[in-house]
Design a protein around this ligand. Structure first.
Ligand SMILES: Nc1nc2c(ncn2[C@@H]2O[C@H](COP(=O)(O)OP(=O)(O)O)[C@@H](O)[C@H]2O)c(=O)[nH]1
Ligand SMILES: [Mg+2]
Length: 407
């Protein structure tokens, strides 16, 4: 496994600073390749998340849920099988093999006589963050483990699963109040999470009450965001783009995806302008159309616009379906994209807006029509795709069958 303890400074250096350095040393020679490499960085970044907890607490189910997989779909982890994990075992992400959620042995397992043996086995350094699972309440062991993780300078979260079961049981009572129920569960969870001096190990906010079967409810979305926030930058981007916003119907995740694409737009524009390709018909300047199409195809795929004929597409309202179809028509082919670019160029692309990038990649690139044109077409594409994605989310929310409240 790769060492995940690479110095954070590397990860946190801004693209701007890095590219400025590159241009200082090499001029704009090879800048296109350099920028493209940066664009692909998220795909090559490994993310390692360790999940620990006893058998039956919902670890496998969670690994499926966060990837947006049904328990019985291809590539999903087996759930409901009583197995004692003795070796860290990865649940792979079906689309992004670099995202690894690790099924770690539970600390309560007989084979680990003490914490030290357990820690030797786990090797905390190999993970970016830890999720400690319980289906009931946390134990002294969980508390010790969290302290050890903290000592190793890693973050952890406590996850209490199966909230739907509590909900179902409690709902039958006349005095039922959901907020009270959640508060009681939370307080109960906190009880054992204290150190030897009875100081709390975790704040209430670090306990997440979730249901793997109803990820649109309770803390599932908040947990997903908390995990993202605990990761270094490239890992965060990689996991963000690999998540399915529809799983938790999360506008927040959707927005985060869009923001990542917005922030890198100028890298694409830079790489596109750096290659002096023959102009496309109707345009007075050259762009790297292959790169532009590729980037827009990433928007469509990673933001999660459903394909025609897919299960999600079928539940959409007719107006949304039309929007989706027109998106693919306009943005999934170089012909469609060229047409938009030509139209924009006709409307008079302004380059002044982009002088702010001159300090980073120089005016030879940032003040060209190629740069501005690429930027303009990407911005149009992303705005449209975001708007349609919101409509899809809206439809999915309305049509989502939540049978929890039916009976
Ligand atoms: N009601 C409910 N059942 C769950 C939840 N998470 C997991 N389960 C069920 O609990 C059982 C054990 O889950 P599994 O994911 O295999 O647990 P693991 O042993 O920790 O990997 C399975 O039957 C799951 O369907 C949940 O949030 N709610
Ligand atoms: Mg399992």
């Amino acid at each position: 496994m790769a060492d995940v303890s690479t110095p954070l400074e590397d990860h946190e250096m801004t693209d701007e600073a890095e590219i400025q350095n590159y241009v200082k040393q090499n001029g704009v020679n090879g800048i296109s390749e350099f920028l493209k490499e940066k664009l692909d960085a998220w795909k090559k970044t490994e993310v390692h998340i360790g999940i620990t907890g006893d058998s039956g607490t919902g670890k496998s189910s969670f690994a499926n849920a966060i990837k947006g997989l049904a328990d019985d779909s291809d590539g999903a982890a087996k759930t409901g099988v009583v197995e004692v994990t003795l070796e860290p075992t990865p649940f792979d992400h079906p689309e992004n093999p670099n995202i690894k959620i690790w099924d770690l042995p539970g600390i309560g397992t007989q084979t680990f006589p003490d914490l030290e043996t357990y820690c030797d086995k786990i090797q905390f350094d190999n993970y970016h963050t830890f999720l400690i699972f319980s289906g009931t309440r946390f134990t002294k062991n969980d508390a010790m483990l969290a302290q050890e993780i903290r000592k190793q300078g890693r973050s952890f979260f406590f996850i209490r699963t199966k909230i739907d079961e509590n909900y179902r049981a409690e709902k039958r009572k006349k005095s039922f109040n959901e907020a009270d129920m959640l508060r009681d569960i939370r307080l109960d969870c906190l009880k054992n999470l204290v150190d030897e001096d009875y100081n709390p190990i975790s704040g209430e906010d670090n306990i997440f009450l979730i249901s793997n079967h109803y990820p649109r409810r309770w803390d599932f979305d908040r947990l997903t965001r908390a995990i993202l926030d605990a990761l270094p930058r490239y890992q965060r981007e990689s996991l963000t783009l690999s998540l399915n916003a529809l799983t938790s119907l999360s506008r927040e995740i959707l927005k985060r995806k869009v923001d990542i694409f917005k922030r890198r737009m100028w890298l694409v524009a830079g790489a596109s302008a750096a290659v002096a390709l023959a102009p496309i018909p109707g345009l007075s300047f050259g762009v790297d159309m292959v790169l532009i199409s590729y980037e827009i195809s990433q928007y469509l795929a990673q933001i999660g616009i459903p394909k025609e004929g897919s299960e999600i597409f079928d539940i959409l309202a007719d107006t949304t379906k039309k929007q989706v179809i027109s998106l693919y028509l306009n943005f999934a082919s170089t012909a469609g994209i060229s047409a938009i670019l030509a139209r924009e160029a006709g409307a008079g692309i302004v380059t002044e807006e982009f002088v702010r990038f001159i300090p980073f990649i120089g005016s030879a690139i940032a003040s060209t029509l190629s740069f501005a044109g690429t930027f303009a077409v990407l911005r149009i594409a992303l705005n449209k795709i975001e708007a349609v994605a919101l409509a899809v989310l809206e439809d999915a929310a309305q049509r989502s069958v939540d049978n929890l409240d039916r009976d």
